[in-house]
Each structure stands twice: as C-alpha cells, then as structure tokens.
Design a binder for this molecule. Structure first.
Ligand SMILES: CC(C)(COP(=O)(O)OP(=O)(O)OC[C@H]1O[C@@H](n2cnc3c(N)ncnc32)[C@H](O)[C@@H]1OP(=O)(O)O)[C@@H](O)C(=O)NCCC(=O)NCCS
Length: 135
C-alpha cells in the first residue's frame, strides 16, 4: 500500500539518499517541507512543497527509478495540491509530465524565487520553464 505523508526525522537519511540519486539536491536545500510516498516501509517518492504569502512552490519531485512509471508521482502531486487555495508554481525541464496534471507554462512572476536557487546538476536553462496550477 502507498502512504503519502509529511517527512519525519527518521526519513531523512532515505530522503537524502533518494534526492542525491535523482540529482535533485541543491546547496541551500532543507528537508522540513518534504512529503514522501512510502511503500513497504521504503521511501519511494518525494516532493518539496513550500508555502509563500501568495503561492506555493513545488520542487524536488522524484520517484525511485525502480518505481517510476507506476503513477507514483502523479498520485503524490494530485494529493498534495488538491486542497491548496493558492497558485502552485514549479520549475521543470519536463513540462509534458506536469501539463498532464493541469500545470501550464507561464512567465516567472517577479516574487517567485529564481530558479537559480535550485542549481540542479542536470539544469538545462534553455529547457527549464516555469509552470503554474491555479486553484
Ligand atoms: C518525473 C518523475 C517524477 C515521474 O515519476 P513517475 O512516478 O514515474 O510518474 P508517473 O508514473 O506518475 O507518470 C509517468 C508519466 O509521466 C511522463 N513522464 C515521466 N517522466 C517524463 C520525462 N522525463 N519527460 C516527459 N514525460 C515524462 C510520461 O508520460 C510517463 O508516462 P509512462 O509511464 O507511460 O512513460 C520521475 O521520472 C523522476 O523522478 N525523474 C527524475 C527526477 C525529475 O526529473 N523530477 C522532475 C524535476 S522538476
């Protein structure tokens, strides 16, 4: 069974391992706002969801390679954003995946943290877009 829940202290080593493996780490990263997907006591998916005054910012969405293509990320994201009352923004180089969940490409609002903070190992600025899902 898949369980979606907030990160706990005990999850931190697994979460750090998974974000490293998926190249989702960046220098100022904190784990406090992560959500995880657990199956058979293993962390198989995660996402970071931070609240700002006027919007939410989603980042570090990832699923363990062994468990990709099973709908885990889609399930996690639908669950995380379903009751949010403010816009949800993200940066991505795979807009195809997020557009299936209702996100659309938009210019970056000036008060959204710049994508440079994420400093992703695989960052390809020419492919990176800002997307939003409105409530
Ligand atoms: C992107 C990611 C989170 C998807 O997780 P997942 O649990 O496999 O996703 P789902 O099973 O819910 O959906 C899979 C579908 O999303 C789409 N998709 C997934 N990765 C994609 C990619 N890189 N480019 C385009 N479409 C993609 C495909 O349509 C795929 O369908 P398929 O399974 O029939 O091939 C996962 O591939 C991952 O962790 N990638 C590495 C980290 C990453 O790139 N995160 C996004 C950073 S913004």
């Amino acid at each position: 069974m898949l369980t979606i829940r907030r990160i706990t202290k005990k999850d931190e080593p697994s979460v750090l391992g998974l974000i490293k493996e998926l190249d989702l780490t960046y220098p100022t990263q904190k784990l406090d706002n992560f959500w995880v997907v657990e199956e058979n006591r293993e962390i198989i998916g995660l996402a970071d969801l931070k609240e700002f005054d006027d919007f939410w910012l989603l980042s570090s969405v990832g699923v363990d390679k062994k468990h990709q293509h099973r709908g885990v990320a889609s399930l996690l994201l639908k669950e995380l954003i379903k009751d949010l009352k403010k816009d949800v923004y993200l940066y991505t180089i795979t807009p195809e995946f997020f557009s299936r969940l209702g996100f659309q490409i938009v210019p970056r609002p000036s008060d959204l943290p710049a994508r440079e903070i994420f400093n992703c190992a695989e960052c390809r600025p020419q492919h990176c877009v800002c997307m939003v899902k409105r409530p």
